[in-house]
Design a binder for this molecule. Structure first.
Ligand SMILES: NC(=O)c1ccc[n+]([C@@H]2O[C@H](COP(=O)([O-])OP(=O)(O)OC[C@H]3O[C@@H](n4cnc5c(N)ncnc54)[C@H](OP(=O)(O)O)[C@@H]3O)[C@@H](O)[C@H]2O)c1
Length: 300
């Protein structure tokens, strides 16, 4: 499988990229999308040394910049005729304050959702060309609220609200794409939301304030956390399973409990078609990108 992992330099994305690189006799090709050349090179070196898979590359892209996303789309499209999977994962977690992006947005909204909305739409045709069944796996969590009147959180910012708003937006996007593709006779691509049931011990630990860090370390002693590799092992079947199995999961919001994937009920907000349309239109306006708007026309 040829899989693009956003945020492959740390945390859950790194775990998935590393496990995929080392599995199935190293047949999988991994592309990590990352914002730092140094961290990208370091991750590739680590994957190559630990898995002996040399088919790993990176695309530089800072998801706080839509221009970077445009460049990354061009680069990926010029180097790859198809993709088998994308892990929409990169995310900004804890933040001490709201630092507006160059594009004038709340960084959680832009990094965790909008930039990856644009990236996904522009790579769908490459997934359709996969002969193993294209799939997009969204790293998401339950709950959240869309702050329609203050989506960029200028008035009422909190990093938690920012993350949860982006998570809900991603799940609405996932459901909309699934519903479009299921109307096609031969849908080809599946869209799956996945929430990790146990907290993954990630880079966030280095960023959070001291009291949260102390609490996390205490919780670690009680086995509350799993490693990034464990996370990768849990999630890798979503990327490597057959097209038939993947299509059966399309449109579902899953987690992993008691050694199996189980479905989580979607909230009403996620499935509300009017709200999905509203978010879709706002997202296209914010992307302000002719090509993305053209692609979106296909989805009505
Ligand atoms: N950890 C958990 O247990 C857990 C549970 C549920 C959901 N999640 C969600 O999963 C996602 C990943 O979380 P994590 O815990 O794995 O976080 P993490 O360890 O902080 O890793 C985040 C990844 O995203 C990348 N990233 C951040 N900002 C970026 C930007 N502007 N442009 C490009 N890449 C960027 C990071 O790159 P750098 O290496 O350059 O920082 C890193 O590779 C987040 O959305 C989080 O909310 C996590």
């Amino acid at each position: 499988m040829k899989v693009l992992v956003t945020g492959g330099t740390n945390g859950m994305g790194k775990g998935v990229a590393k496990v995929l690189a080392g599995s199935d006799n190293r047949i999988h090709e991994i592309i990590i999308l990352c914002r730092s050349e140094e961290r990208g090179q370091a991750a590739i070196k680590e994957f190559e040394e630990s898995t002996k898979n040399n088919n790993i590359s990176m695309v530089l892209c800072d998801l706080t910049k839509l221009q970077d996303v445009r460049n990354a789309i061009k680069e990926i499209r010029s180097q790859h005729a198809f993709l088998d999977g994308i892990f929409i994962n990169a995310g900004l977690g804890y933040a001490a304050e709201r630092v507006e992006t160059e594009d004038g947005m709340d960084p959680h909204f832009q990094v965790n959702y909008l930039s990856q909305f644009m990236l996904t739409l522009n790579l769908l045709d490459l997934l359709e060309k996969s002969d193993k069944g294209g799939r997009v796996i969204f790293n998401v969590t339950e709950g959240g609220e869309i702050f329609w009147d203050d989506m960029q959180m200028k008035e009422n910012w909190s990093y938690e609200n920012g993350i949860h708003q982006a998570m809900l937006a991603k799940r609405m996007f996932c459901d909309r794409l699934h519903n479009f593709y299921r109307k096609i006779e031969d849908p080809k691509v599946s869209f799956i939301g996945f929430e990790i049931a146990k907290t993954v011990w990630t880079n966030q630990i280095n960023i959070i304030p001291l009291p949260m860090k102390v609490m996390a370390n205490v919780m670690k002693l009680f086995g509350t956390f799993i490693s990034i590799e464990e996370c990768g092992r849990i999630m890798s079947p979503l990327f490597t399973e057959s097209q038939e199995e993947s299509l059966k999961k399309s449109g579902k919001f899953l987690t992993w409990k008691k050694n199996q994937f189980i479905e989580i009920e979607q909230g009403n907000d996620v499935l509300d078609k009017e709200k999905q349309d509203k978010l879709w239109n706002i997202s296209l306006e914010l992307c302000n990108d002719e090509k993305t708007t053209q692609i979106a026309e296909r989805f009505g």
